[in-house]
Design a protein around this ligand. Structure first.
Ligand code: FNR
Length: 187
């Protein structure tokens, strides 16, 4: 049997009815057999404060870092706040990136899905996140890019994608990500 790759999904929204989380849940449902997608919660990560690093780092940071270290790849699902990445997701990137020289994202294959109920596909968030991921050395898949607009009606209560064209796009996206993981992951 094909070995499953362990993909951590980080969702940049904390609200219950999050459209971004719904898209992430839908992706879990249609992921190819070679990928196991698990949403890892970021709500309880304390805001990054370098002073905490020098004492005993919060156990939430330690557990998060251990989980990222173990995974094969990371899928970032982000809404857009004021044309950028929501603070909670940026904080998760910051927590994982430290202490300097020991960042747990370094060398991991990654991909970004940005989501908005409006137009423009949360392009600003997608690319601000991409910029931070360059610095923390995530090997972020370039193509296909995933800018999800009009997300309000896109996923139903059972996390099915309602539009055929979108379902096909996400299928292509996930298969490309699976191939990207095989190409780039450290053996
Ligand atoms: C938003 N929203 C938003 N949408 C967008 O397309 N571009 C933007 O720059 C912003 N800015 C923004 C700032 C803040 C503080 C909030 C709370 C919201 C709207 C946003 O796309 C909408 O609330 C989404 O539903 C948020 O994603 P989740 O929580 O549904 O995943």
């Amino acid at each position: 049997m094909e070995e499953k790759r362990d993909v951590v999904v980080l969702v940049g929204s904390l609200r219950k009815a999050s459209l971004t989380r719904r898209v992430a849940r839908a992706l879990q449902k249609i992921a190819p057999a070679s990928l196991a997608l698990e949403i890892v919660e970021i709500r309880d990560l304390q805001m990054y404060d370098e002073d905490l690093e020098t004492q005993t780092p919060p156990r939430e940071w330690v557990a998060f870092r251990e989980r990222i270290k173990r995974c094969d790849a990371v899928l970032f699902a982000t809404p857009e706040y004021n044309r950028s990445v929501p603070g909670c997701l940026k904080n998760a990137v910051d927590v994982g990136s430290r202490p300097g020289g020991h960042g747990v994202f370094a060398g991991k294959p990654g991909a970004i899905v940005s989501v908005t109920p409006y137009g423009l596909g949360a392009f600003g968030a997608n690319h601000h996140l991409r910029q931070a991921l360059v610095y923390v050395d995530v090997l972020t898949m370039a193509q296909p890019e995933a800018y999800v607009s009009q997300a309000g009606e896109l996923v139903d209560e059972e996390f099915n994608i309602t539009k055929e064209a979108s379902r096909k796009f996400f299928d292509t996206f996930l298969k490309a990500f699976a191939a990207w993981i095989e190409l780039t992951r450290k053996k």
